[in-house]
Design a binder for this molecule. Structure first.
Ligand SMILES: [Zn+2]
Length: 238
């Protein structure tokens, strides 16, 4: 059976360019409502800060059957922290997120930047799966096991689903089992903010509708919608 993993990186709006949280207030509830209506499961990588600030909406993630994963404590890049700072950030994030989900096993670093020599920290903090690598940019990573951590790359960059669906769906289907990622703020109209064009084009209703078209098209073709940990269990490694 073909499958897809939808992942959502839950953070403030377009960090570090903005510090607003419209995505948390408007975008995330819309996404959860869409997934509920379509009866599909996803993985949400949440920063500890956002979980602390928005506990009610974060509670919905495990309650509605989705996987809750970790996206750091703040959105600070791990490759700009020394090892002890990285350990502290992981501990702080884990401390908050485990109040919502005791089985916190999946991780994705902000900006998909996580030094390889920090992988042991993930292991120490109880994580098993890492999705901080990318298949769409050098070194074009594939799924692999490093130490005790299973690493599963994101297949395509997040703005991809804001392109016209008739263009991106055929491309996406070329992948065996793609991992896509989106952000709550992409489902809020960001056209009037002063951020990079690639961050704001087709945000809001258009993005939400594209995601709906994607979900419905793949459902009609019998795709399974797997969380990251479900998918990791099916994966074959070299
Ligand atoms: Zn992020």
């Amino acid at each position: 059976m073909k499958n897809i993993t939808i992942t959502v990186d839950v953070e403030e709006d377009c960090p570090p360019m903005l510090t607003s949280t419209r995505g948390m207030e408007e975008g995330l509830p819309e996404l959860l409502d869409l997934f509920k209506k379509e009866r599909i499961k996803a993985t949400f990588f949440v920063t500890g800060m956002m979980a602390k600030q928005y506990p009610d909406i974060i509670h919905r993630i495990p309650e509605e059957g989705h996987e809750l994963g970790c996206h750091g404590y703040t959105h600070t890049r791990f490759d700009r922290m020394d090892k002890e700072e990285a350990r502290t950030a992981l501990k702080q994030a884990g401390g908050v997120l485990r109040q919502f989900e005791r089985k916190l096993v999946s991780f994705r670093a902000p900006n998909l930047q996580f030094p390889k020599n920090y992988l042991g920290l993930l292991e120490d903090e109880g994580f098993r799966y890492d999705s901080s690598i990318a298949a769409y940019k050098p070194p074009f990573s594939r799924s692999k096991v490093e130490g005790k951590i299973i690493r599963i790359p994101a297949t395509i960059t997040s703005s991809f689903i804001r392109l016209p669906p008739e263009f991106f769906i055929p491309l996406l289907k070329r992948w065996e089992s793609p991992v896509i990622f989106v952000h709550p703020w992409e489902f809020v109209d960001m056209s009037n903010t002063s951020i990079r064009l690639d961050c704001k084009f087709n945000t809001g209703e258009k993005a939400l509708n594209n995601l709906k078209v994607l979900i419905r098209t793949l459902k009609a073709q019998d795709y399974g919608f797997l969380t990251l940990q479900e998918r990791a269990k099916l994966e074959k490694y070299e």
